[in-house]
Structures are given as structure tokens and as C-alpha cells.
Design a protein around this ligand. Structure first.
Ligand SMILES: *Cc1c(COP(=O)(O)O)cnc(C)c1O
Length: 372
């Protein structure tokens, strides 16, 4: 018997970073600090309350949660967005899937510029959308002439730029984002004789780690109805296990993604836990400044030790370059430290951990490299 699997899925291996039981996990850019007992108690109580109503379907539109996320964004980025212009789902992965279900599909293209997040290509494949990746410059910055040429030629229905970018850590300037937003107003496919925009997604999964004085793309939302900014509670917020991502965009975009979401996609338990966590935003985020400063000193240390390190606005650093990066990865793993083989050949990515984890990483790396 043969099952009628879509041909493009035949050779595919289910994707995911290795989940190994290792003392020091610096491989998926999580916040290394676990929530405090007070936060855990509040989440547990909120979930308990939600459990009393589990015979009913949850609030389909998650309005309370969206409104609380809007308040959070106003505090974090100084940009006030109406709750109706926020959309939430199970991780920003699902948010991105909603975007592609609405705007991608057969005969349409999702575009980005590599090296970048490897999941985009998977969302494209899963929604039958063509994937086109341009390239970044050698220093991982964006070549705006190349972007203009490729976007104008391919006319993608969705363009995603990650800022700060994963796996490089590099951020775009607000001026670059504005230029791309301006460009993409008229670069989408022609549909029924009508010129459309390219939906321009700025993935700010690591937005909270950006350096002081760097504005968020949220500040451009009022100027561009085709601009979408995605965020997540998985990274800076210290709640990767919660699975809560969201986007901010125009009313038009929200109306479109609402057409493709599964009914009741956000469980009552998730909504309750997310709301409880958000009420502790300041505490959960209190380590962000510390992580930023550990990151800056890690970049400096790597360079002093003779490595290359990409400038980082995120909670990880791309460093190298190694003739045999797999060996360096393996040797670190033998010492109980899990990092990530990702990015261009010769580079490795390490997430910023606690002070102790960071120290252990530095010691192990020196050992591994002197034994070369
Ligand atoms: C980690 C990450 C995400 C977050 O995904 P979630 O589904 O919200 O956990 C999104 N985009 C990028 C670039 C990431 O690195």
C-alpha cells in the first residue's frame, strides 16, 4: 500500500533542533532564567480558574489577551497599537503560517534574504508557496539594490526580513525597513488586473534585545497597511514552553488572517497562562538588560581571542570561522555544552546563557581550540 503523500514531502525529514539532555543548552536562544516561584504560582492559579470552564470552547478571538499584548508593546516599544490590530497564535511560527495561508499558496512566492531563519522555507513548502531566497552581503547586512532587483523581478506576495536576524544576530536600521516598506507597496502579484502590494513581514522575535536607541518596526505600522511585525513570548519573555506568538498589522491584515485560522486555535489554558505571564512582564524581562550586556562582552571576548563574531542585537552570537565546525561542535558537546551548527560554512551559533553557562562556554571553547 502507498499513501498519497504530496511528492514534495517524500524526502523530507521532520525538522527541529536536536533536543539533547545536556547540562548546558545554548542552542535555541531561550531565556536561560526559569520563571520565579511567584510567576509559576500565578500561572498555575490562572490555569486552575480556566480549567473550571473547560467544557466550553475558549474565546475565539482572544480579545483580552490581544489587548494585554497591545499594552505590553506600548510599554516595550513606545508604540500604541489598537488591540484589534494585534493577532495571536501558538508561537510566531503559527502566526507566520497564518500569513502564508492567507497570502501564499500555489503560484505565489515567499521571499527572504539568506542566511536567515530556516523555518520560513518550511512554511512555504507546507502551504504550497514557492520559496525564493536572495542573499545578504558578506557582513550579513542587506544589499538594498539586490533586494530591489529581486523583489521587482519575482513579485513575491510575501517578503519576510528578520531583525535582529537569526542566525546572524544583525539588526536592520529603521531607515532600511522604511525603504523596503516603500518599495513593496506595489511589488506584489497582479491579481484580476490589479497591482497588489507585497505583504512585508518584519520578524522581531528578538526585538527586545535590540540595542538602546534602535526603534522597532512597530513605529512604521501607521504608515504602511502591508507591513506586519511579528513578536513572540518565546525568547526575551522567557516563555518558550508557552507557545505564544503574535503580530501587529493593519485591520486589513487581521481580517485576512482571521479567515484562515482554525476555530478556537488558542486554547483557554494557553490564553490564561499567557495573561498571567504578561502580568509579570517586568519580572520576566528583568534579565534582558543583563543578557544584552553578557552578549556584548561575549562578542568582545571572542574577538579578543581571535575569532570572528558578527555584531549582535539578539541573545546569541554567530562566531567562527572554523575549518571544521562540526568538530568544534562535537568537542563542546563532549564537555556538556550544546550549541548550534547553523549559518554559512565555518560559523557556529551560541545562545547567551547565565553567567555560569557563559563562563563554562568560554573555558570549553578555549580548550577545544588549543587542542586543535
Ligand atoms: C525563535 C524564532 C521565532 C519564534 O518562534 P516561536 O514559534 O514564537 O517560538 C520566530 N522567528 C525567529 C527568527 C526565531 O528565531
Amino acid at each position: 500500500m502507498t499513501l498519497p503523500l504530496r511528492p514534495e514531502l517524500r524526502a523530507v525529514e521532520p525538522y527541529g533542533a536536536p533536543q539533547l539532555d545536556v547540562p548546558i543548552c545554548l542552542n535555541v536562544n531561550e531565556n536561560p532564567y526559569a520563571p520565579s516561584a511567584a510567576v509559576v504560582d500565578d500561572i498555575a492559579q490562572a490555569v486552575r480558574r480556566a480549567a473550571t470552564g473547560l467544557n466550553r470552547y475558549p474565546d475565539r478571538d482572544a480579545m483580552t489577551l490581544r489587548s494585554t499584548l497591545a499594552d505590553y508593546l506600548a510599554r516595550e516599544s513606545n508604540v500604541r497599537i489598537e488591540p484589534q490590530r494585534i493577532w495571536a497564535a501558538n508561537g510566531s511560527n503559527e502566526v507566520m503560517l497564518h500569513i502564508l495561508q492567507a497570502y501564499g499558496g500555489h503560484g505565489r512566492t515567499l521571499m527572504s534574504f539568506a542566511p536567515t531563519y530556516s523555518m520560513y522555507h518550511e512554511y512555504a513548502r507546507d502551504t504550497g508557496t514557492q520559496w525564493v531566497a536572495g542573499h545578504r552581503k558578506d557582513d550579513f547586512t542587506l544589499d538594498l539594490d539586490h533586494v530591489r532587483a529581486l523583489v521587482t523581478k519575482v513579485r513575491p506576495s510575501v517578503l519576510v526580513l528578520t531583525s535582529p536576524n537569526n542566525p546572524t544576530g544583525t539588526a536592520l536600521t529603521i531607515e532600511e525597513i522604511r525603504q523596503v516598506a516603500q518599495l513593496t507597496r506595489t511589488t506584489g502579484p497582479v491579481i484580476d488586473g490589479e497591482q497588489t502590494a507585497t505583504v512585508f513581514v518584519v520578524d522581531e522575535a528578538y526585538g527586545e534585545f535590540r540595542r538602546e536607541g534602535t526603534p522597532s518596526a512597530l513605529s512604521l505600522l501607521d504608515d504602511y497597511d502591508h507591513l506586519v511585525v511579528t513578536r513572540t513570548m518565546s525568547k526575551a519573555f522567557g516563555a518558550a514552553g508557552l507557545r505564544l506568538g503574535y503580530l501587529a498589522a493593519s485591520h486589513e491584515v487581521i481580517a485576512d488572517v482571521m479567515k484562515v485560522r482554525l476555530p478556537y486555535h488558542l486554547s483557554a489554558i494557553t490564553q490564561a497562562a499567557a495573561l498571567a505571564a504578561l502580568s509579570h512582564a517586568d519580572e520576566l524581562m528583568s534579565q534582558v538588560a543583563h543578557v544584552r550586556s553578557t552578549r556584548d562582552s561575549l562578542v568582545e571576548w571572542l574577538r579578543t581571542e581571535g575569532f570572528k563574531a558578527a555584531p549582535s542585537d539578539a541573545n546569541f552570537v554567530l562566531f567562527g570561522r572554523f575549518n571544521d565546525r562540526q568538530r568544534v561542535f562535537d568537542e563542546l558537546l563532549k564537555r556538556g555544552i550544546l550549541i548550534r551548527v547553523v549559518g554559512p560554512e565555518g560559523w557556529l551559533r551560541v545562545s547567551v546563557g547565565t553567567d555560569e553557562e557563559d563562563e563554562a562556554f568560554r573555558t570549553a571553547l578555549k580548550e577545544v581550540v588549543t587542542n586543535d
